[in-house]
Design a binder for this molecule. Structure first.
Ligand SMILES: [Zn+2]
Length: 388
């Protein structure tokens, strides 16, 4: 819905600017690690990064700037530089960079989007991207890369997803090739079945394959098939197996699973194998936003939302999340609310029903509801309402 072509009217913009100013006046703990080595960028309501190449000596310096200017978007570099305000980019003197994973619900195929379109985010969208974020951490970053909870920082993006920042000495110095390799690994690019099934397609040879206890993609693959076998024919059919084979596999599942635990895949006889495997791998891969895909790989100059600041398309906070278990229970439409205050009246366009601050709001169809300031700001910034 927010196409960028639709400007905020002056009255609505002034309303949100005041809320931003109030928020940034009282803010604490906003500085990233090594703040003096970071580049900052700021945006207005129409452009996420309108100015960049800013640097701040310390947190006080940054807080003063935020309170004075109340920008609609605040971004910073996942990279650290000798001269973060240097320009052109090459003169900054790159010292190293975090790894940042940006998971965005717009990268996930969801049926609900047919109902509400690409501009709107519903609870299902938010839940789906949260689940992906949990899987990224629990299925990849911890077991496969060995990152500890201490090295990972999670935050809500402020709009439609989550960011996971990994900062450790091991990560800082990684070159572009290593970063590309990590992104490829989690998104399952360049992972081929022949890596796990050397005898695939060879007649008369026992089909040896990965065991569920194997590290990396092999173990994930074996486990996914075991889970699907136990769930039943419907799950197997969703992965592309026809009905007859699905019920046959399900009936023989105990025997098949026993084989899989020793790496014997002979009993998994599946017609249309290629489609099945590509479906299984696809269901395990993490979809991550293409802009940050670049950041993780070669574009170390990318700027990303500063945790704790406001997202200018929603008025929600890019809220820091303390732990993986806190992420599990995190509800952005409650916990990322930044603007406090009484109620205001807005004129809406067509707005789907949504939940915010624990209350069910809408649906609205060209109505003039009185809303809490955070809900009014949300609809205004989504460009589906104006302040009355
Ligand atoms: Zn949705």
């Amino acid at each position: 819905m927010h196409s960028g072509a639709f400007l905020l009217d002056n009255k609505s913009a002034l309303f949100v600017s005041r809320l931003l100013k109030h928020y940034y006046t009282g803010i604490a703990n906003i500085a990233p690690i090594n703040i003096a080595k970071r580049e900052f960028g700021f945006g207005d309501f129409e452009k996420k990064i309108a100015f960049r190449h800013y640097a701040f000596r310390d947190e006080r310096d940054l807080k003063e700037y935020l309170a004075r200017n109340a920008p609609a978007f605040v971004s910073y570099s996942s990279a650290e530089y000798q001269r973060p305000d240097g320009r052109p980019m090459e003169s900054k003197g790159l010292l190293g960079s975090e790894l940042v994973f940006d998971l965005d619900s717009s990268d996930i195929k969801l049926a609900c989007k047919n109902e509400h379109g690409d501009g709107w985010i519903c609870e299902k969208c938010l839940d789906a991207v949260k689940e992906q974020t949990m899987r990224l951490i629990e299925d990849f970053l911890v077991p496969d890369f060995g990152f500890s909870a201490k090295e990972m920082a999670i935050n809500f993006s402020g709009n439609r997803g989550y960011h996971v920042h990994v900062s450790s000495d091991l990560v800082y110095g990684l070159g572009a090739d290593a970063r590309r390799g990590i992104a490829n690994y989690i998104t399952c690019r360049g992972i081929e079945l022949s890596m796990f099934f050397p005898a695939l397609g060879v007649r008369g040879v026992r089909l040896d394959g990965p065991k569920p206890t194997d590290a990396g993609w092999g173990g994930k693959l074996a486990n996914a098939v075991i889970v699907a076998l136990n769930k039943g024919p419907d799950t197997l059919m969703a992965l592309g197996i026809d009905k007859r084979y699905a019920s046959m596999l399900y009936k023989k599942r105990v025997e098949i699973i026993l084989g899989l635990t020793t790496g014997n895949w002979d009993k998994v006889r599946i017609p249309n194998k290629a489609q099945f495997w590509s479906n299984v791998l696809g269901s395990l891969a993490i979809a991550q936003s293409s802009s940050i895909d670049k950041n993780v790989t070669s574009d170390t100059y990318h700027l990303i939302r500063l945790p704790g600041t406001i997202h200018g398309d929603t008025g929600l906070m890019a809220k820091k999340i303390d732990s993986i278990s806190a992420l599990n229970n995190f509800d952005p439409m409650k916990e990322a609310i930044a603007f406090k205050g009484s109620t205001v009246r807005v004129a809406t366009q067509k707005v789907p029903a949504f939940s915010m601050g624990g209350a069910q709001l809408g649906p609205y169809n060209n109505e003039k509801p009185e809303l809490p300031v955070y809900a009014a700001a949300y609809l205004i910034l989504k460009r589906v309402a104006t302040l009355l």
